[in-house]
Design a protein around this ligand. Sequence first.
Ligand code: NAD
Length: 282
Amino acid sequence: MVIKGKPVADAITAKLQEEVAALKEKGIVPKLKIVRVGARGDDLAYERGALSRMKTCGIEAEVLELDAEISQEAFVKELKAVNDDKSVHGILLFRPLPAQLNMDEIKYVISAEKDVDCISPLNVAKTFDGDKTGFPPCTAQAVMEILHHYEVPVLGSDVTVVGASLVVGKPLVSLLIQEEATVSNCHIRTKDTSSYTKKSDIVVSAAGCAGLVKGDWIKEGAVVIDVGINVDKDGNICGDVRFDECENKAKMITPVPGGVGSVTTSVLAKHVVQAAKQLNNI
Ligand code: NAD
């Protein structure tokens, strides 16, 4: 069964539309501010999707576009102004930032209450602590939303997460452990990643490596979630998983595109609504 992201995103969106309507009755209009430095193609593509999702949910959204050459001092000043803007509930900062900007300082500047994609160390800690007032990275959370929506048993399952970045792999491991899965985490230094995936009930690949997960890496009846977004030799978007080889062995498999990526903006919207509620003590 090919499990697409759209039904998951639609279900999250429908629930949010009701929540946003209830907030608006109280005079609260949830608002996202996107902070973009420069105009990278992948940022612009994500931004279009995010703006459209916010509109569908009834969430206000604005973009602050900053010059790609902006200095650290000027950037921090701009970010502080967004933090201080009482009408803004959620801040999305596109990463990676240009080399002249120091993320080690910036991650402490973004207000944790508004940091809807887990840049602030406080949100990283809350994610690992299982504190539901925090905001895990949207992509890691999107994987959990897919597993929940398609009623994939997580508790007691053997899961392999391929990829150990702070944006996807590591927080996802933590979210899965909180739901009592047994999790193996593979990365570029893992000696034999397939020895882990072959034993797993659920395989999540977030390595950014086209064709990495082959048919014989997957056990019969496994659930395969492909987070990777890569470009193949013909210039087409593809995931990490060899879909044609794994499709018939897996019980469920996400496509790329149309899988995890299509759920991420709805998780972002969910986080903005949560931030708006928390900032208003609701
Ligand atoms: P990253 O480069 O920061 O991290 C990649 C991780 O994968 C590292 O831990 C690395 O050790 C591991 N890895 C790389 N090659 C490997 C290999 N051959 N075998 C085992 N492990 C390997 O990347 P990231 O930001 O975590 O993103 C990972 C992928 O997910 C990328 O393709 C990215 O485009 C995609 N992504 C998708 C979404 C979405 O919404 N669907 C969002 C963010 C990232």
